[in-house]
Write a protein that binds this ligand. Structure first.
Ligand SMILES: Nc1ncnc2c1ncn2[C@@H]1O[C@H](COP(=O)(O)OP(=O)(O)O)[C@@H](O)[C@H]1O
Ligand SMILES: Cc1ncsc1CCOP(=O)(O)O
Ligand SMILES: [Mg+2]
Length: 240
């Protein structure tokens, strides 16, 4: 929650974290986008998540599903399948998470970390996008975004970002913030969020001594990015 909220604040968005069923009906209408992240899922949280997704859908607000560690337990997998039925705008996971969600089976993961390269999950992502109607975003050395037909890659980022716990969760939230700015172009916003986040990571890596200082400099560099740096620094290619 810390890195997610600070990633959003430093970029200019305004985060609000909540998981109480008592307040989700009040909170959700105030948002421009919702992120549902199962990172620390407990049984009593699932109805809250479904409530938030349902309200977001009723109000035509975009929402992003982060299926953190979905391949690690049946509980997580079944929860994600219920959330998938509510049709997230975007699903963002690492390679193993996207493969687990597409096959509907657990086991092929290293807990919250990926056993797969992002490229290993492209076909699974296309299939998941077609079956769910969601945009599917795979993080990794290259971040891929697909709607089941188009595949676009963002090449920014540094390997050490994997060593910051919840850096993936943070980019899921950044995707939601970018979509909030331009909901009619959710696909492009997703690619842009990946590229901008990776670019901030590259700049931060120039100042960092390891994962802890990378985390700090990543938040600082998100805050100080300007338009010229972004336009000159993002590396985006189309694969189809
Ligand atoms: N090998 C890599 N090279 C460059 N960037 C990476 C690499 N692996 C992950 N990243 C970046 O780290 C962030 C978190 O991705 P990832 O580690 O795949 O997520 P998760 O934490 O959900 O497993 C993303 O922005 C991604 O682009
Ligand atoms: C450590 C941990 N345990 C369950 S979820 C999680 C963090 C997942 O965050 P990310 O996938 O962004 O590293
Ligand atoms: Mg991680």
């Amino acid at each position: 929650m810390d890195i997610i909220a600070n990633t959003l604040s430093s970029t200019g968005a305004s985060p609000a974290m909540t998981h109480s069923l008592l307040e989700i009906p009040d909170f959700t209408p105030q948002t421009h986008a919702v992120v549902i992240n199962i990172g620390t899922l407990a049984p009593e949280w699932l109805p809250c998540m479904k409530c938030a997704a349902g309200i977001a859908n009723e109000l035509a607000k975009p929402w992003v599903l982060d299926p953190a560690a979905v391949g690690a337990s049946c509980f997580r997998l079944n929860a994600c399948l219920e959330l998938l039925a509510l049709r997230p705008t975007v699903i963002r996971g690492n390679g193993s998470e996207i493969i687990a969600l597409n096959t509907g089976s657990i086991g092929s993961t290293k807990g919250a970390d990926s056993l797969h390269e992002s490229s290993d999950a492209i076909e699974a992502a296309k299939s998941l996008a077609k079956s769910s109607g969601s945009i599917v975003a795979i993080s990794g050395s290259i971040d891929y975004v697909t709607d089941g037909h188009r595949v676009v890659g963002a090449h920014n980022g540094v390997q050490m970002m994997q060593k910051i716990t919840a850096s993936g969760c943070a980019v899921s939230a950044l995707i939601a913030a970018f979509i909030a700015i331009d909901p009619a172009h959710a696909f492009e916003a997703t690619v842009s969020a990946f590229a901008v986040y990776g670019l901030a990571g590259e700049i931060a890596m120039g100042l960092a001594k390891g994962p802890a200082s990378l985390r700090m400099h990543l938040i600082d560099s998100l805050h100080s990015l300007d338009e010229d740096t972004v336009i000159n620094g993002v590396k985006i290619t189309s694969f189809s």
